[in-house]
Write a protein that binds this ligand. Structure first.
Ligand SMILES: [Zn+2]
Length: 192
């Protein structure tokens, strides 16, 4: 087992109780197992519950029976995991992160509500113009579609030649800008 261990890390292992008076009536505690470079040796510390324990881990897979050790276990597992940062257990830091996440969520909600309203307004205005066009061009009850309406309208005003496409170019321009912004945001996110 020791050959697989990373000397830079610490591990949680089962350890045996001390056969001594005054020890709790359990058989297996949990302890931190770490490499002490000063002694060039792997050693187990005291049990998580605070009692002493016999030196050296029990066979891997031995189940801890000390309730107090088991209650500490999740916290130690978090602390011993690679990449653990002490502030992950700091309630102040966690509260601040939660606050930031909530602000961001509220901001996104407000933004999406604004966009929903803007779309609704635009859709309402477009519907109104279509209805007015349908009425004046002789389709009071059924909308023949934008292509027919536009053709009829241009015909009515004697417009010939290709239809103006500035609106389509503007849409393409807006979309290009939006894609640029999200690509920059993705790059920034990946760089952090
Ligand atoms: Zn214990």
């Amino acid at each position: 087992m020791r050959g697989d261990l990373d000397k830079e890390r610490r591990y949680l292992v089962p350890v045996s109780r001390l056969d001594r008076a005054g020890q709790p009536d359990v058989v297996v505690h949990l302890a931190v197992y770490e490499w002490l470079s000063m002694y060039q040796e792997w050693v187990t510390g005291p049990a998580l519950c605070g009692y002493s324990a016999q030196q050296g881990p029990l066979e891997a897979g031995t189940v801890a029976t000390c309730q107090a050790c088991l209650e500490w276990k999740p916290r130690y597992e978090r602390m011993l995991a690679p990449g653990y940062r002490p502030e992950d257990d700091d309630p102040e830091v966690l509260r601040r992160r939660l606050g930031e996440a909530e602000n961001e969520r509220d901001r996104l909600r407000a933004e999406s509500e604004d966009q929903r309203k803007a779309k609704q307004t635009a859709a309402g205005a477009a519907d109104r113009f279509r209805d007015a066009l349908c009425e004046v061009l002789g389709y009071p009850d059924d909308n023949p579609g934008d292509d027919v309406l536009v053709a009829k309208l241009r015909e009515h005003f004697g417009k010939t030649g290709p239809e103006a496409t500035a609106w389509r170019d503007r849409m393409a321009g807006y979309e290009a800008v939006r894609d640029q912004i999200s690509a920059a945001a993705r790059e920034k996110g990946a760089g952090e």
